[in-house]
Design a protein around this ligand. Structure first.
Ligand code: GDD
Ligand code: MG
Length: 524
């Protein structure tokens, strides 16, 4: 268990007025300073004074965290005030992040909205909730045909939205042949399917979005994701503010590696004609969180026996395994391997933990081979020596979205389990003692999936004369526990080439820059 050094939180005289809000906030949070009354500069812009005056978002402070090597996972904190007034000082339990600090981060943040066939008015509701300072990038995989071009309807909506709100946005379609060819030629043929375009899948859309940001918006430091099917515009507003609050309250410099993952306050369900707000964990999250805590529980134990930092309460450390809503520094986004489809979010943990396990500093005697892994020596090295921090924040708003059927949920949690079954668990078996626990857990996971498959099949209407029920196949694999499709880090792409091609006039039909104020793009 790690207590963060932030018990004293006060505004101090010696803080330079030239500092940005985020630096100031980090300083306040992470460095104990002599207590003294706030100073109010008249000659320079006084951040101390502004911090006291601008409305704040308030979060509880993460007092504990768990570590494997250089990866630190902060235990869940929560939003306790969307606008908590003027009190940015901390009582040791909570911290207020001023509006101006949030805006400073939002100005450097792209919010990627993956969408697929949502009504444009639903997507517009989501966009309305995204703070004005953020740049929006819509990555669509909506149906396009001559009679009904879903993407064109989205672009029309985006055009109107930008006109009304006087802001800028971008859009790209996942099936754009030229954009897909550019990705392939820049060095990621894995992302391209048999039809020559980016593969279907939410994860694949997110990776395309990240590639566009890296190539065309290299000045942006943060990227966040918000689902397009959220029905309450206030929710994405809070999500984006929580992302910025997470970054603001975590000390970092330009190239630091931080991820903020959200857990929704509730995932309301309609039951017997009533909306039930008491459901606090989604059907998929419930399964994937529980298994991830069990698997990582093995690792904490293992690092403990190696005399390395360890943790407490293994069952509750991860509460955001399936965080569709998350944000990260671009510096981290470029270095991570990402998985396709709905495996993308659980795989974030798997990738970051796997890097630690493969790091010679943690496991000099690891005997695990790197088959089926695109984790090359160079891609390990860019991350494993630097600290990586994951913050988990619980929101105040619930997430109301399009309710999906049981098969969708079933495949989603199986995709999450697949990331551990195929990637993480095999890596954990590095000594005899653990090898036994790992085999047991892997077998248990397999039995669990088989049993759930059987139950689902049993609930389906039986067709007379049909043969015995077959296990449901994962979206990417014919294995009982689906093997995720894993893509190499974006930093392996030739981003200069990608930029050149994407910028070629009239080349990528779907790539749109909408609204005013687009300037010439700087080199990546
Ligand atoms: N671009 C693109 N391409 N977007 C897609 C695709 C695709 O192939 N497939 C889905 N999306 C978009 C949807 O349009 C939606 O806006 C968003 O991704 C989330 O998809 P849903 O199908 O609504 O997922 P969900 O609500 O079941 O699950 C969400 O929450 C989970 C946590 O409970 C997702 O965000 C999951 O990734 C997350 O784990
Ligand atoms: Mg949804």
């Amino acid at each position: 268990m790690h207590h963060l050094p932030l018990s004293v939180f006060c505004v101090t005289r010696h803080l330079a007025a030239s500092r940005t809000h985020t630096q100031l906030l980090s300083n306040l949070l992470y460095h104990n300073s002599p207590t003294s009354p706030p100073s109010y500069s008249t000659s320079n812009r006084s951040y101390e004074a502004e911090i006291l005056l601008s409305p704040t978002m308030r979060l509880t402070i993460p007092h504990t965290s768990s570590h494997i090597g250089n990866l630190g996972v902060m235990h869940e904190t929560k939003v306790v005030g969307l606008d908590a007034g003027e009190h940015t000082t901390s009582d040791g339990e909570t911290v207020g992040v001023p509006h101006s600090a949030l805006t400073e981060i939002h100005r450097q943040m792209v919010i990627i909205v993956p969408c697929k066939d949502e009504p444009p008015e639903t997507i517009e509701g989501v966009l309305c909730g995204i703070p004005a300072a953020c740049l929006i990038l819509l990555v669509s995989n909506s149906d396009r045909d001559a009679e009904c071009d879903g993407f064109q309807a989205e672009v029309d909506m985006l055009d109107r939205f930008c006109r009304y709100s006087h802001r800028r946005a971008m859009a790209v379609h996942q099936k754009d042949p030229a954009a897909s060819a550019a990705i392939r030629n820049a060095g990621m043929p894995e992302l391209i399917g048999n039809d020559g375009t980016v593969r279907n899948g939410k994860g694949e859309g997110m990776i395309l979005g990240l590639a566009v940001v890296a190539a065309l918006l290299p000045e942006m430091r943060y990227v966040g994701f918000v689902d397009a099917d959220c029905k309450i515009p206030g929710s994405p507003h809070e999500y984006c503010r929580a992302y910025a609050a997470g970054f603001a309250s975590s000390p970092h410099s330009d190239d630091d590696h931080i991820m903020v993952r959200l857990r929704w306050a509730a995932k309301p369900k309609v039951r017997n004609g009533r909306v039930d707000f008491t459901v606090t964990e989604g059907r998929s999250s419930r399964v994937v969180n529980a298994w991830m805590n069990r698997v990582l529980g093995l690792l904490w134990e293992r690092t403990e026996t190696n005399g390395l930092p360890t943790t407490i309460d293994c069952e509750r450390i991860i509460s955001t395994a399936n965080a569709g809503e998350h944000a990260l520094t671009m510096s981290l986004a470029l270095k991570m391997r990402m998985a396709g489809g709905y495996a993308i979010e659980p795989f974030h943990f798997v990738d970051l933990v796997e890097r630690q396990l493969r790091s010679p500093s943690l496991t000099p005697s690891t005997s695990v081979s790197s088959n089926q892994s695109v984790l090359t020596e160079s891609s390990i090295n860019t991350l494993d020596m630097t600290p990586i921090r994951i913050l988990q924040i619980r929101t105040i708003n619930p997430h109301m979205h399009t309710e999906t059927d049981d098969d969708h949920i079933h495949n989603m949690w199986k995709a999450g389990l697949g990331t551990m079954y195929h990637h993480l668990l095999p890596l954990c078996a590095v000594d005899d003692h653990l090898s036994e626990s790992v085999s047991d857990l892997r077998r248990e996971m397999l039995d669990f999936v088989k049993e759930q498959d059987r139950l689902v099949e049993g609930r389906k209407p039986q067709v007379l004369g049909a043969s015995a029920a077959q296990p449901i196949q994962g979206p990417f694999s014919h294995e009982i526990v689906p093997r995720p499709r894993v893509y190499p880090p974006l930093e392996t792409l030739d981003l200069a080439m990608l930029q050149q091609v994407l910028n070629r006039s009239g080349w990528c039909e779907s790539l749109r820059r909408i609204g005013e104020g687009w300037r010439h793009v700087s080199k990546p």
